[in-house]
Design a protein around this ligand. Structure first.
Ligand SMILES: [Zn+2]
Length: 430
């Protein structure tokens, strides 16, 4: 049984005990931030709250939220709660708009990161005898580093190949016998395509058995497609630079996303009012880091929509569960008054046989009106059959059945939409 968990004490702790631990740690982090950081001190004062006011977990509601804008305003080190000298590593988000978010780590923070990543990878089935092809981009981005730290803590072999140079990826995967692949889900599909072009059968010709995918919102249909193509089990990873990087959430064998809630305290709120919601209700995820020293985030609004559960899981873990991310509220679009997430369209597309996983959503703005259309590649076989109009109609019907919205679809020849070796660009504006 011990084999099941990396840290059975924390992962199977009764919920009541977990909440006691969370409260103890919450008190610590609030005091730490209040005493060691001017921004937090000022913010708490403005909200008339002092560390001593935190007597129960419910008292977290007294604390103000931390937003992405705050992080930008206090770039790069304004939210640091230790001496700069105690920081041993920094990372940064890609920052598509404005300044990036800088994550800073003390030696102890790095220990925690390696620990929660080891826990996550262990829950995915990674073991000492595994060979991990780490095809996330190395650099400031947290992804690759988190996977490396966790895998090495388990004792697995890490190939720090980074993203890109796809033919070499495939050659090394074959020669070194990689058993696990870490990258974005869309990049794994591009790799399969290149492997096929090189004359390999991705399912038969490699030792790969698990995929560790994240940094992108992807549908269950996409997951199924990847698993079939590579003959692997694909696991989801969820994390944020603002919280620690990957390692916030671990997926178990039941494919349930367990929150490492002894280190990261989750809340789900109504994005409009900021009110806390009950387990089972969908809202915006908010996290508080409970143990981080250098850069604690208190009530950080992620803008990701999900549901929180405290139900027991078949795997035996008692750590609470979050649903898969429905989408970032940033990606949410309003088309003719209907709220649309790219992941919903992806799910519809992949239900239609003859359609590939390569698609993009095209947003066109005419004055105040935004219209949306979908471009998707047909599979090689389906493309050869012709009569693509029939396929377009089928996809439109499928989308309509999910969104109750007519969105025009164009089916394109295979290999016409640009591929990505990192995060796929699913929405383009024309
Ligand atoms: Zn589980």
């Amino acid at each position: 049984m011990k084999e099941e968990y990396w840290d059975s004490k924390m992962e199977t702790m009764p919920l009541k005990e977990l909440k006691e631990l969370q409260l103890k740690r919450l008190k610590w982090v609030v005091k730490h931030a209040y005493e060691n950081n001017r921004f937090y001190h000022q913010r708490f004062k403005e909200n008339n709250v002092k560390p001593d006011d935190i007597k129960t977990l419910d008292d977290i509601k007294k604390l103000p939220f931390l937003t992405k804008q705050d992080l930008r305003d206090y770039y790069p080190f304004g939210l640091i709660c230790v001496q700069i000298d105690d920081i041993v590593e920094i990372h940064a988000s890609s920052g598509t708009t404005g300044k990036p978010v800088v994550g800073a780590y003390t030696r102890n923070d790095l220990e925690i990161w390696a620990e929660v990543m080891a826990r996550s990878l262990w829950a995915n089935g990674l073991r000492k005898n595994d060979i991990l092809q780490n095809a996330y981009g190395y650099g400031l981005f947290t992804g690759a580093h988190g996977f490396e730290k966790g895998a090495q803590k388990i004792g697995a072999m890490v190939i720090p190949i980074s993203s890109g140079n796809t033919k070499r990826q495939i050659t090394l995967m074959k020669d070194l016998g990689s058993t696990a692949l870490a990258c974005t889900p869309s990049y794994s599909l591009y790799m399969a395509e290149v492997a096929e072009e090189m004359g390999f059968d991705p399912k038969e010709d490699f030792n790969l058995r698990i995929g560790l995918f994240g940094a992108e919102a992807w549908s269950d249909e996409m997951r199924k497609g990847i698993e079939e193509r590579w003959g692997i089990v694909a696991h989801e990873h969820y994390g944020l630079t603002e919280i620690i990087g990957p390692g916030v959430v671990s997926e178990c064998k039941e494919k349930k996303l367990h929150i490492n809630a002894d280190h990261f305290l989750p809340e789900v709120i109504d994005p409009e009012t900021g009110e806390q919601l009950e387990p089972g209700e969908e809202g915006e995820l908010v996290f508080t880091t409970l143990t981080k020293e250098a850069f604690p985030a208190i009530r950080f609004r992620t803008r990701d929509l999900a549901i929180y559960y405290e139900d027991p899981c078949e795997c035996g873990r008692t750590l609470p569960i979050q649903s898969r991310i429905k989408g970032r509220s940033d990606d949410m679009m309003k088309i003719k008054g209907v709220i649309v997430f790219p992941s919903q369209i992806e799910a519809a597309l992949l239900k239609v046989p003859g359609v590939s996983e390569n698609y993009q959503l095209v947003k066109e703005k005419k004055g105040a009106i935004t219209s949306l259309s979908v471009e998707v590649e047909a599979t090689e076989e389906r493309y050869k059959e012709g009569n693509l109009e029939e396929l377009e109609n089928k996809v439109e019907e499928e989308i309509y059945s999910i969104l109750n919205l007519k969105i025009p679809v164009r089916v394109l020849p295979p290999k016409t939409i640009p591929r990505s070796t990192g995060k796929a660009k699913r929405i383009i504006e024309r």
